[in-house]
Write a protein that binds this ligand. Sequence first.
Ligand SMILES: Nc1ncnc2c1ncn2[C@@H]1O[C@H](COP(=O)(O)OP(=O)(O)O)[C@@H](O)[C@H]1O
Ligand SMILES: [Mg+2]
Length: 367
Amino acid sequence: MSITREQVVEALRNVIEPDLKKDLITLNMVEDIQTDGKKVSFTVILTTPACPLKNLIQQACINAIIHFVDLEAQVTVNMTARTSTGRSKSDELLPNVKNIIAVASGKGGVGKSTVAANLAVALAKKGASVGLIDADIYGPSQHIMFGVENERLYVNERDGKQYMLPIEKYGVKVLSIGMMVDPDRAIPWRGPMASKALKQLFSDADWGELDYMLIDLPPGTGDIHLTLVSAVPVTGAVIVSTPQHIALADAKKGISMFRLETINVPVLGLIENMAYFTPAELPENKYYIFGKEGCRKMAEEIGVPFLGEIPLVQSIREGGDIGIPVALDDEGPVSKAFADAADQLIRQTAIRNAEQAPTQRVAAAAY
Ligand SMILES: Nc1ncnc2c1ncn2[C@@H]1O[C@H](COP(=O)(O)OP(=O)(O)O)[C@@H](O)[C@H]1O
Ligand SMILES: [Mg+2]
């Protein structure tokens, strides 16, 4: 007997996406089903090009057809991806940016910028299109971390309006206020000026299509944060902390800000930075300088996903200073730590998009 399209659909109702906990047919993840005698082929659309569950899902599809339809079926499963979005269709600003992700902390110096730069690179290495905005107007660092301090910004004219072109490096489109000002002159930004400058990084730049746009925020819970959530609908926030008690206390404040009813930005997860120190010559040794697993425990306590831990190592600091993020390395435990955290971020973003409504921009009057 020839296999029918309906049989394939029914069989694939038994394949559950492990993160989203629904079957592939319900999730609309299967397209282009073709059958011919015992031959079956179809395409599974993953929610992200870097889906860590790709092989698992592919095998589960093959098993389902063989088990539920025909032991002799010859199954071809094509895997492709379409990053899901946490945006609603009516957003006017940056409609082609699927996910806007804030990287925040409470405390300064915990490694937000370092983590943002390396996550951006790790996501790009996995095939996603990625942008990075340095929103730390008072102390920008991404132009240094990406080694583009001396590059000029170009503008593009479209419909009589000029747009900045983000600088593309290591597969990431980057814009930092640090690219626009004289590095040796301190500018006394007033609050409204800083807010305006940040808004322009969104509205006056040509970002094109992006799967993920990361926003590297300044420490604290201030003006710039409020400007961000009122300028664009933020898909979710990643909180960076060290395992130290005071850093965690501040991280908690950061989380409660995003969770305020008036702000309502989902927290996608917590990253523990400087989780332990490992000397280059003793790679097996771990010294828990700031305490052990503080972030992991807090994540559990307050019900926030834990995205991973990044060690305190010299190569991370050096990479930041010379403008070559360690996440670019092809191998090594440090590069892997960032790649793993990026995988978790991708997963949590896909889960958030499947389960929660698009974020609404905060009306300026709400605060
Ligand atoms: N995991 C790490 N290992 C080593 N140095 C780190 C690590 N994370 C951050 N740093 C260094 O710590 C300093 C502060 O990091 P940064 O990313 O600028 O923090 P923030 O943006 O939160 O202020 C920088 O000099 C950076 O190179
Ligand atoms: Mg910073």
